[in-house]
Design a protein around this ligand. Structure first.
Ligand code: NDP
Length: 280
């Protein structure tokens, strides 16, 4: 990139209007005194590769990728990090010095950092329940297992997807997969909702007996008000409940680190976003 040119980054998605990534990265750049441009790009379905190629050809340095293009970004990348290879999804593309396009996945590290470093929750030696087996779940299983939980159980509406996901990561730790009906009295220390059910105001079929008074519950979705899953957790005496805003900022911070080699402070950014979202 020419010396006097501002580095250009973007988030690609469809829809993209409500993305908070431009606000997050503008704040990271301000904090770290980096001169860069970051914008949200609406990409037509079927045009991901073409749009991404054009972006890099015209001097773009990196792209964050959101729904529904993480799989296409995985296919587009010329070199994959190990975590992205296993996840089968890429949320961070970057241009290497040799001109190659690198694909990484920062969702898992973002979630684990938020739960462990920010919220002070413990995964190690605890029993973890993961709800959902879609793209987001696939991106976090490796990082969860690397924290050495006592067990990781994955349940999904389409149970075969949970079974497949567990099989794909079985070499990394004690993980099993199945249907909601298999939740028969087992209690979990940590329950992570990686379904999109909260988006539609729906709750997966969870028995109340799932939680203890020491359980922590995390909804990867975020909203101005507590989600239906968070309300369910609170009503069932969970010890701590959180939404996915911290994960959003942490996964962005990891992307920023990949691109710029600098680690921004995330706490103030989460607080600013929370305030700008309103809610009671
Ligand atoms: P996908 O569409 O890939 O997967 C959706 C998952 O939700 C599937 O497992 C699906 O089950 C399940 N599901 C959908 N509706 C219901 C329901 N009513 N009851 C039970 N299960 C249901 O979505 P993603 O994995 O990409 O995203 C999931 C969530 O994670 C979203 O809310 C997204 O906003 C959030 N997310 C948050 C991030 C953050 O930074 N905070 C980052 C990435 C995602 P089935 O397989 O049977 O269809």
């Amino acid at each position: 990139m020419p010396m006097n040119e501002v580095a250009r980054y973007a988030v690609f998605g469809n829809p993209i209007r409500h993305s908070k990534s431009p606000q997050i990265h503008a704040e990271f750049a301000r904090q770290c005194e980096q001169s860069l441009q970051y914008r949200a790009v609406f990409v037509e379905m079927g045009l991901f590769s073409e749009t991404a190629r054009r972006f890099f050809e015209h001097g773009g340095q990196g792209i964050n990728v959101t729904v529904p293009f993480k799989r296409e970004a995985w296919e587009f990348a010329e070199v994959l990090s190990e975590r992205a290879r296993r996840a089968g999804a890429v949320n961070t593309l970057s241009l290497a010095a040799d001109g190659k396009i690198l694909g990484d996945n920062t969702d898992g590290i973002g979630l684990v950092r938020d739960m462990v470093a920010n919220l002070g929750w413990t995964i190690r030696d605890n029993c973890v329940l993961l709800l959902g087996a879609g793209g987001a779940a696939r991106g976090i299983v490796e990082l969860l297992l690397r924290e050495s939980p006592r067990c990781l159980q994955i349940v999904n509406r389409t149970s075969s997807r949970a079974e497949e996901l567990a099989t794909a990561f079985a070499d990394l730790g004690p993980v099993s997969g199945g249907a909601y009906e298999t939740l028969d009295g087992t209690r979990f220390d940590l329950v992570i909702n990686a379904t999109s059910a909260s988006l539609g105001g729906e709750l997966p079929p969870l028995p109340a007996s799932l939680l203890t008074e020491r359980s922590c519950c995390y909804d990867m979705m975020y909203a101005p008000e507590p989600t239906i899953f968070m309300r369910w957790a609170a009503q069932n005496t969970a010890w701590a409940v959180a939404d996915g805003l911290g994960m959003l900022v942490e996964q962005a911070a990891e992307s920023f680190y990949i691109w710029r080699g600098l680690r921004p402070q995330t706490g103030t950014v989460v607080a600013e976003l929370r305030a700008s979202m309103g809610g009671s």
